[in-house]
Ligand binder design. Structure first.
Ligand SMILES: [Zn+2]
Ligand SMILES: [Zn+2]
Length: 387
């Protein structure tokens, strides 16, 4: 069995190590056995030149096991460096939870340590971010703790990881709790699965959990699955066309990482709950549309539920994709001037003098005009205030 893992990330000098030390003390005081995995770019101290263990390694031993009355150490040559999950598997069931420092790129749940003046923006994608430890309140939809609130942070970890309650705090020897007779192992799947994590990140951004968030998360996951892209897309491969500006659109943005302001999310005002996912690298695209009969179907999944919206919220989480969506491979022609990246061109409207990016101008004979000046109609009309 593998213990649950929480990795603490943050730039250097944010105070990660101090917080981890205090957290380990707090968890030990409560009787939990905590392991810690630390990432280091340099070698480690055990491997000092001249020591016997170093000489054995140098001679070509691929594993050196050191034993002393107080403990054991294992030195193994690996290539490439192990991923965090593999490292943590070494712990087996000998710890209740594993903390880690670093391993920013790992797919495990994270606590990010933020310090004003040192940190710049958050490093962790929202669906992996469990909590923040920060000396300044941040605009992020997760639990936030001040650096001295280590006990509250420990409470959160114990709850989220569903760590079995401990009885008497264990006596300690060399800092490690011993004699945990009668302890129950932590639940096997303590951290919610990917869908659930995306759903809570989407609900936090959107402001509430609703049936639209469930559909949006599932549509986006299905689209990414069809294109074999791991969400959220960090390789700038994905572009999404959404056909409605309602709840699901926020969720699609959270899952895919595609944003209107990055030109990777295109809004088409069709009033339809559908989205097309385009892989910019391969040109493959798939359109995922909500089935019209899914709403009624949902009610049959939750016959006890009298509120249809609640029934949909519940049912959409368990209904198979086939009952929710129609999935259709499609082709999308995307003009160069609609692609993400820097603006391709910029001209000035000869009527209103405002700048126009990316070829949105209209040429009328000799004149270059913006769309509103060219058509003479626009969504606003000037108001002349008289004081
Ligand atoms: Zn909503
Ligand atoms: Zn104009």
């Amino acid at each position: 069995m593998k213990p649950p893992i929480i990795s603490f990330v943050g730039r250097s000098n944010t105070g990660k190590t101090t917080i981890l030390v205090q957290l380990i003390q707090e968890l030990a005081r409560r009787g939990y056995r905590t392991g810690i995995a630390k990432h280091t770019h340099h070698g480690f101290d055990l491997d000092r030149p001249g020591k016997d263990s170093w000489r054995f390694s140098q001679a070509g031993a691929s594993m050196v096991l050191l034993s002393a009355p107080q403990g054991v150490a294992l030195l193994e040559s690996v290539e490439p460096e192990w991923e965090l999950e593999r490292l943590v598997a070494l712990a087996g069931d000998r710890v209740d939870l594993m903390l880690a420092e670093g391993f920013r790129g790992s797919e495990v749940a994270k606590v990010e340590v933020y310090r004003a003046g040192v940190s710049e923006g958050l490093l962790t994608p929202p669906e992996l971010l469990l909590a923040l430890v920060t000396d300044t309140p941040l605009d992020a939809p997760v639990c936030q703790f001040e650096p001295q609130e280590v006990a509250a942070l420990a409470d959160l970890l114990v709850t989220k990881l569903r760590l079995a309650p401990r009885g008497t705090p264990a006596a300690t020897r060399t800092g490690l709790p011993v004699g945990l007779a009668g302890f129950e192992p932590a639940v096997d799947q303590p951290v919610p699965d990917r869908t659930a994590r995306f759903l809570s990140a989407a609900a936090a951004l959107h402001g509430h959990l609703c049936a639209g968030q469930v559909l949006g998360v599932r549509m986006a996951l299905r689209g990414c699955q069809e294109l074999e892209i791991t969400p959220p897309d960090r390789e700038k491969r994905l572009l999404v066309f959404v056909e409605i500006d309602r709840c699901a659109t926020d969720a699609i943005s959270v899952v895919t990482g595609c944003k209107l302001g990055a030109r990777t999310l295109k809004f088409l005002d069709y009033g339809k709950l559908a989205a097309t996912f385009l892989d910019l690298r391969t040109g493959r695209a798939v359109r995922v549309a909500a089935r019209e009969d899914a709403r009624e179907h949902a009610l049959s999944y939750e016959p006890e539920e009298t509120d249809p919206l609640q029934a949909q919220l519940q049912a959409y989480q368990v209904m198979p994709d086939e009952e929710l969506f129609a999935v259709q491979p499609v082709r999308v022609q995307l003009p160069e001037q609609d692609l993400p990246g820097r603006p391709r061109a910029r001209v000035r409207c000869q009527e209103c003098q405002e700048g126009i990016n990316d070829g949105r101008e209209v040429v009328r004979g000799e004149r270059v005009l913006c769309r509103s000046c060219a058509s003479g109609v626009t969504y606003y009309s000037p108001v002349h205030l008289v004081f």
